[in-house]
Design a protein around this ligand. Sequence first.
Ligand code: GDP
Ligand code: MN
Length: 385
Amino acid sequence: MVMKLHEYQAKQVFADAGIPTPASQLASDVDGVVAAADEVGYPVAIKAQVQVGGRGKAGGIKLVDDEDEAREAADEILGMDLKGYHVGSVLVEEAVDFVNELYVGITMDRGEGKPVAMVSTKGGVNIEEVAEEDPDAIAREHIDPSFGMHPYQARKAVYDAGVDQAVARDVSSVLMTLYELWDDRDGSDAEINPLMVTADDEVIAADAVMNIDEDALFRQPELAEMEAEAASTGDDLEQKADEYGFDYVRLEGNTGIIGNGAGLVMTTLDLVDYYGGEPANFLDVGGGAKADRIANALDMVFSDDNVDSVVFNIFGGITRGDEVAKGINEALEQFDEIPKPVVVRLAGTNWEEGMEILNEDLVTVEQTLEDAVQRAVEYAGEVNE
Ligand code: GDP
Ligand code: MN
């Protein structure tokens, strides 16, 4: 598995190693964006910080010239759902006035069992597409990891790609640094797309990707810390989960899942998948779930824009079915209209009392887990249509 740094983190790592990057600041609310833009100076690019490519095309990047535009763009991007990821923060960055967009990257060529440096003048677009449609547009140079990258190899890749003479030296030097980072930091991919070229022949990393081999994180304490930071600031929901003391993981689907005990939640997840649905999250409310914890769990899945239906799977041990049922009723009674359909399955301690207590005007009650999951998947599907 790989750990993906956010753009702002990868840029920090690149900048520390001497690669030119635009001035920028991170922000997580509209006023913060305006303050950051004042500091950086207009025009600025406002960029969603989610670990996924193609943000530009998906509406996650906006260039703005003044405060009004900045507010509007920040309001639009913050909190948006970008390819299944909730946008909790944006990078506010000095807009670069470029004449060319290049691609430079280092990755592992599994076929050759060696790292490969890649350079292309077709930067700024999805490089996988370039690789497919016009493979010759990407110059490649394999590197022997025991010797590292030689300067002549960097120059050759840059020359083969057809990079303008005036910037060839600087691009080679960026490529060398990128390889050193990849090597020192246990990278699986290190990539700059686009590496922008300005009218006065400066090169500047306008985007940054750094993926790290997860098994090596123990010897990369600085990067491990970045991962922890991203988890605590990147996502409102994860922050909420921290406050509530839940184990919570966001997934890409739209069927919300709440259960007690990691195994039980995993099983529910697998069943959602089995019945043709897509899990929106993993949420374990833990043992002895009292009414207020149940209400908090519902608050979490209801505030997740991706969730279209919710399945509750509770197996009572110390957690009593009647307590859970009361919690569900209390939480749902607060709404004039239930925001998303909720399906409940109770088993174990006091499950019968629980079933009786549940208000069927507010929730759908099912006897078996299979039925409950199928029902929730069905509801999620209906909302989608
Ligand atoms: P990605 O879509 O997630 O790869 O995000 P990028 O950071 O690569 O940005 C995508 C595209 O947005 C770039 O190729 C540029 O065309 C544009 N863009 C991003 N930042 C700037 C900037 O500072 N100035 C200008 N003019 N365009 C930018
Ligand atoms: Mn990019």
